[in-house]
Write a protein that binds this ligand. Structure first.
Ligand SMILES: NC(=O)c1ccc[n+]([C@@H]2O[C@H](COP(=O)([O-])OP(=O)(O)OC[C@H]3O[C@@H](n4cnc5c(N)ncnc54)[C@H](O)[C@@H]3O)[C@@H](O)[C@H]2O)c1
Length: 358
């Protein structure tokens, strides 16, 4: 088995908590180089993970003799860095939300097709036990036709990287909908077969700027040398009603600050069965499937397989590279998710519904 050499762009929270340690657990995979604009953080990360080379310009990393690039930089850089890496013949694992514009999804996949290199999006929830169970049930038809989906990722108080790129519209592209709503959206779009959005009506709110509370992400020990400006130019809550192809209706909401109990829920209704997942992080509120058996209403609580979502994500990506397999995150899925978020911000900005050509 030949060694896979990895370069990581962005040495912050997700690189230190997930990408670098998960690659380092794999046999014959080496994190050979890391890029970050923050030299202090680079030195810290090189020392902590024993990485032989660091560079301050990501373009230099792409020029290195590596096979794979993991993109862990702020959202606004993802498309340019992914396309450049693919063109240079590297396989790419790109952090969520992938990119800010649906036209960039097309460009990324065109670059992947042309170079023959893999492109995978980092959506760890895909690897959860709940996703595996629901995907199996839905794809084999146990739910029948899906007609309504409701999902949300709601924090009472908790803005990641308050005052850093996370809260800068130019670098993040948006607030909680872009940051955590995207996890909820990707989860359901993947489960229901990647229908594309047709119509979106959305709202965003900004009522908590004066009470903004840092959410504890990225972890304090990974923030070496970060210089927050304190500025917040993104929403603190967003909600949308989306009409998807095939007549499916979707409601999605996300908040970093609101007067509510924090939760991360999903409801999926099909004509033969429905699922409610009140909060995958709370063992007291497990995923339940509601159905009927010959006229008798039944509630089922599936046994959920254990999972280590970040490690499984990296394992899957490396497996796709080694075995020439297609990554689990398809173009149609990513396109649908990015289009929905794009439409949400456009609808909220204009106060009008957004329609997509089908
Ligand atoms: N999959 C998940 O569950 C998950 C969780 C957290 C973050 N993320 C995603 O990971 C990405 C990074 O988030 P984070 O939490 O690690 O943020 P972070 O702020 O901790 O790290 C980002 C790093 O990128 C560096 N950077 C900025 N501009 C750069 C550039 N031009 N070139 C190279 N490096 C640059 C910063 O100095 C910083 O060290 C984001 O896209 C975020 O949405 C995903």
């Amino acid at each position: 088995m030949s060694k896979i050499r990895v370069g990581v762009i962005g040495a912050g929270g997700i690189a230190q908590v997930a990408h670098i340690p998960c690659y380092q657990k794999l046999e014959n995979v080496e994190v050979a180089v890391v890029a970050d604009v923050n030299q202090e953080k680079l030195r810290f990360v090189a020392d902590k993970f024993k990485i032989p080379k660091v560079v301050t310009d990501w373009r230099d990393l792409i020029g290195e003799p590596i096979d794979v690039v993991s993109i862990c930089s702020p959202n606004a850089f993802h498309a340019e860095q992914s396309i450049a890496a693919l063109k240079a013949g590297k396989h790419v694992l790109c952090e969520k939300p992938v990119c800010l514009k649906s036209s960039d999804v097309e460009k990324i996949f065109a670059a992947s097709k042309k170079s023959g290199r893999k492109f995978m999006a980092a959506f760890p929830r895909r690897f959860s036990g709940e996703a595996k169970v629901l995907r199996t049930l839905i794809s084999r038809g146990d739910f029948g036709e899906i007609y309504y989906v409701k999902t949300g990722y709601l924090r009472r108080r908790g803005i990641p990287g308050l005052g850093t790129w996370f809260t800068d519209k130019k670098l993040a592209g948006g607030g909680p909908m872009m940051d955590i709503g995207v996890h909820a959206l990707d989860f359901v779009i993947h489960l229901i077969g990647a229908p594309q959005p047709e119509k979106i009506m959305a709202v965003t709110f900004n009522y908590f700027r004066d009470q903004a509370v840092d959410g504890g992400w990225p972890p304090a020990e990974t923030r070496i040398g970060d210089k927050p400006t304190g500025s917040i130019t993104v929403e603190d809550m967003a909600a949308a009603f989306v009409r998807l192809a095939g007549g499916i209706s979707l409601f999605v909401e996300a908040s970093w600050a609101a007067h509510l109990a924090p939760q991360s829920y999903t409801t999926i209704l099909g004509k033969k069965a429905g699922a409610q997942m009140p909060d995958p992080t709370d063992p007291g509120k497990p995923l339940k499937i509601f159905s009927q058996m010959k006229g008798i209403l039944t509630d089922t609580t599936p046994t959920i397989p254990g999972s280590d979502v970040f490690q499984e994500e990296i394992n899957h990506f490396i497996d796709c590279v080694r075995q020439d397999k297609e990554p689990l995150t398809s173009k149609q899925e990513i396109l649908s998710v990015v289009k929905i978020i794009e439409g949400i911000y456009r609808s909220a900005r204009t106060g009008r519904p957004v329609s997509f050509k089908t």
